[in-house]
Design a protein around this ligand. Structure first.
Ligand SMILES: C[S@@+](CC[C@H](N)C(=O)[O-])C[C@H]1O[C@@H](n2cnc3c(N)ncnc32)[C@H](O)[C@@H]1O
Length: 284
């Protein structure tokens, strides 16, 4: 039976709600729009438009996947982050709005026209690195990840955004392999979930996102222990760093960076008023 856009939206909402999806209204709209090739305004302005058989079949497969709690970003293969659109696969962490806090913070401190180099440790899809470089044409960056699959996604995103000429992507274990290279800015969003808490995460995250992007070891701080002294080592004197943290990790992460010799170490909150970023600088 042929369905109109609005009928399809309502039916999808009901099914996603029954499956326990958080935010079924928006997810249903995104899936209907993508399956029907409709824009956000079509669904309001032309709600009686009828889906073709092919569109209805595509929508059915999208809803079935979402009912199994696959993230919308995996079903659509893309996710908006900051001001850019990124390709996303199951090999990378889906970029989070929380991470925009870090991007906003560092962009505030980066002059428009001044050349600079940025290192993104654990680059994943390229979200942080590419969002920064998209807004600062004089910047160039290096993204490091231990996952070849993630690097392939970041490479495609850099090319799609016309940034490939200013981005290098390197497979490596954090800073090992960087030799004595140094940077004007270092950013990282490392894995920081406590290992024992992973089992209790939402199925979208627990079952569909790479464990390598999540697991921060027994207390969630393994990566910061390694990264704090290394970030200070690869920064140029007087230059800043910013790392994303879990909402309850500020004290410990600040302490690690202070112990490594960082200056002006401070925690910054996200839009929900939770601690989200620890930032500071290397002394001169
Ligand atoms: C939380 S994700 C962040 C991805 C992306 N930067 C973002 O903010 O959306 C952490 C990333 O760190 C990478 N990673 C984990 N251990 C690593 C290691 N030892 N060296 C380099 N990258 C690592 C993972 O593969 C993953 O892409």
């Amino acid at each position: 039976m042929s369905q109109t856009l609005v009928q399809a939206w309502n039916a999808a909402k009901a099914r996603l709600q029954a499956a326990g999806v958080d935010g079924p209204v928006i997810d249903a709209r995104l899936l209907v729009e993508a399956a029907a090739g409709a824009s956000r305004t079509d669904i309001i302005a032309d709600p009686r438009r009828v889906l073709t058989e092919e569109q209805a079949a595509t929508l059915e497969s999208f809803i079935a996947r979402r009912e199994r709690r696959e993230p919308v970003s995996h079903i659509l293969g893309r996710k908006g982050f900051w001001k850019i659109m990124l390709q996303v696969t199951a090999d990378v962490l889906t970029p989070r709005p929380d991470t925009e806090t870090l991007v906003e913070l560092v962009l505030r401190e980066l002059p428009e026209a001044k050349p600079f180099s940025v290192l993104d440790l654990g680059v994943g899809s390229g979200a942080i690195l590419l969002a920064i470089l998209a807004e600062r044409p004089a910047g160039k960056g290096l993204g490091v990840d231990v996952s070849d699959e993630a690097l392939a996604v970041a490479r495609e995103n850099a090319a799609n955004l016309g940034l490939a000429g200013r981005v290098a992507l390197l497979r490596g274990d954090w800073t090992r392999g960087l030799g004595d290279a140094s940077f004007d800015l270092v950013v990282a969003n490392p894995p920081y979930v406590r290992s024992a808490e992973i089992a209790g995460l939402a199925p979208e995250v627990r079952d569909h996102e790479p464990r390598l992007a999540l697991d921060g070891g027994p207390d969630g701080l393994d990566a910061y222990r390694e990264l704090a002294p290394e970030i200070l080592r690869v920064l140029k004197p007087g230059c800043p760093f910013a790392v994303e943290i879990g909402f309850d990790q500020s004290t410990e992460v600040e302490a690690l960076f202070k112990a490594a010799g960082a200056e002006a170490v401070a925690t910054h909150k996200d839009l929900a008023n939770r601690d989200r970023v620890v930032a500071g600088a290397k002394s001169f």
